[in-house]
Design a protein around this ligand. Structure first.
Ligand code: NAD
Length: 445
């Protein structure tokens, strides 16, 4: 696997601290999970060993060290990554996470899932992902900006509108995208809004990008309810994680489908209301106190209790490995809508299949984000901007089409929705690889 690393000399380092990467256990290693999921789909498809070998590894990855002067005068060296899993269908696309528990294997898994997500949504894009090991909760705005700009300085030769187009993910936001776009534009000497998506509207962001992931999730929940014969009005939901994906999903489940949200949580704790809580009140409370805990009119609930609530829809919307062999048996939801990437381990998947829980797999359920990111890239490249309704309608059409393709494959191949989603996506990527001739013998070269 080609891999390289780089480092700038930076200012004189007075006192440095290097934040080391944590190694995930093999059982919960997201990259091992992503490869195992792929293997299952390849078996179903009877894919040739050479193709599997290509698909199981990222094509390219870059490891960088980012020296940044902190507000207290010390220099801290942050570790960062950019991984490009596969670009057979077009430039890589994928978010950048700023998280203290980031690992290279998490980024590899997320890059691979992006390849399947873009293919499943039939976008002319491949899969990439980035991450920096840092804790934005403990950093000032100036420090965050320094990390964002240094990260771009170190990876800028690997990204670009026709190569690899990043976007926001966990603990990164439109402001961070704006700094990154500005840094890239300075480096290449021209305004380049199409190098990154999820930007603020004033800098070429798309209408509807902010809640796009959640909106796509809600459209797939609507389709799943239709398929299972569940009336959405008055149906119940619980949401684990209350950031961009979780909080907007809660609000849109209420606004678009008339559902009741019984419980939500974040990294500091959870809240419950039997009558259904007000998602906007929880957002307001979190904005003031940094947590949903204590939202007026709610009582506390633990994460284990939230995941085991008797609800129609359970939405994991935080991080990986939340639903495992240890707790999946206790889940009583009819539908698990994976707004988060990789929330369900293989063991939990098997338990859900046994129990008849309908899983909307992550790279279908949360594909609204990359779909509107693709719309943003298209608008930037044509300098022609669409209205909100146009974005919603185009997104709805794409989500419904992908959902129906996966459902039809799942029924036809008598397999679960995740394996079916893999089958649709992997076939598309494999077709592009074959058409490009990547697996042909190179005679005379
Ligand atoms: P975010 O940073 O906006 O929010 C993350 C939330 O998760 C926060 O509320 C945090 O408190 C919560 N959280 C963290 N650890 C938790 C724990 N142990 N228990 C409960 N809550 C916890 O991030 P986001 O953009 O909402 O991303 C969430 C998930 O959605 C990730 O898996 C991400 O990859 C996925 N996703 C996001 C997008 C997007 O456009 N933002 C697109 C596709 C997928």
């Amino acid at each position: 696997m080609p891999s390289s690393s780089s480092r700038t000399s930076g200012a004189a380092v007075k006192k440095t601290r290097v934040v080391a990467e944590r190694k995930p256990s093999q059982e919960l290693n997201p990259f091992a999970l992503a490869q195992a999921q792929l293997d299952k789909a390849c078996d179903k498809l009877g894919l040739e060993p050479e193709m599997r070998a290509v698909l199981r590894q990222p094509m390219r990855e870059l490891h960088v060290a980012l020296p940044v002067r902190l507000d207290d005068g010390r220099v801290q060296v942050f570790q960062g990554f950019r991984v490009q899993h596969n670009d057979a269908r077009g430039p890589c696309k994928g978010g950048i996470r700023f998280h203290p528990a980031e690992t290279i294997d998490t980024v590899r898994a997320l890059a691979m899932w992006m390849t399947w997500k873009c293919a499943l949504m039939d976008l002319p894009l491949g899969g990439g992902k980035g991450g920096v090991i840092c804790n934005p909760k403990e950093m000032s705005s100036r420090e965050l900006q320094q990390v964002a700009r240094e990260y771009i300085r170190q990876i800028y030769h690997m990204i670009g509108p026709d190569q690899d187009v990043p976007a926001p993910d966990v603990y990164t936001d439109p402001q961070i995208m704006a700094w990154m776009m500005d840094e890239y534009s300075r480096l290449v000497g021209r305004h380049t809004p199409d190098v990154i998506t999820g930007k603020p509207l004033a800098l070429g962001g798309s209408a509807g990008r902010q809640d796009a992931t959640a909106r796509g999730t809600v459209y797939t929940v609507r389709e799943a309810c239709r398929h299972l014969g569940i009336l959405t009005k008055g149906a119940t939901a619980a949401i684990q994680g209350y950031g961009n994906a979780g909080a907007y999903t809660a609000q849109l489940l209420v606004d678009l489908l008339g559902m009741k949200i019984l419980a939500v949580n974040d990294s500091r704790g959870g809240v419950y209301s039997a009558e259904g809580l007000d998602p906007a009140a929880a957002v307001e409370h979190k904005a003031k106190t940094k947590s949903v805990v204590g939202t007026p009119g709610t009582s506390p609930i633990s994460e284990a209790e939230l995941l085991a609530l008797e609800v129609d829809v359970l939405v994991p919307a935080a991080l990986e490995n939340v639903l495992t062999g240890h707790n999946a048996g206790a889940v009583r939801a009819k539908i698990v809508a994976e707004a988060a990437n990789g929330p369900t381990t293989l063991e939990a998947d098997d338990l859900f299949a046994d129990k008849g829980v309908f899983v909307i797999p992550d790279f279908l359920c949360n594909a609204g984000g990359v779909t509107v990111s693709y719309f943003e890239w298209v608008q930037n490249r044509s300098s022609w901007y669409w209205g909100e309704q146009e974005v919603y309608e185009r997104l709805d059409g794409r989500m419904v089409r992908a959902f129906r393709e996966v459902l039809a494959t799942s029924l036809e191949a008598k397999t679960d929705m995740r394996t079916a989603a893999y089958m649709v996506a992997v076939q598309r990527v494999a077709e592009a690889i074959r058409l490009r001739g990547w697996l042909e013998p190179r005679s005379g070269v």
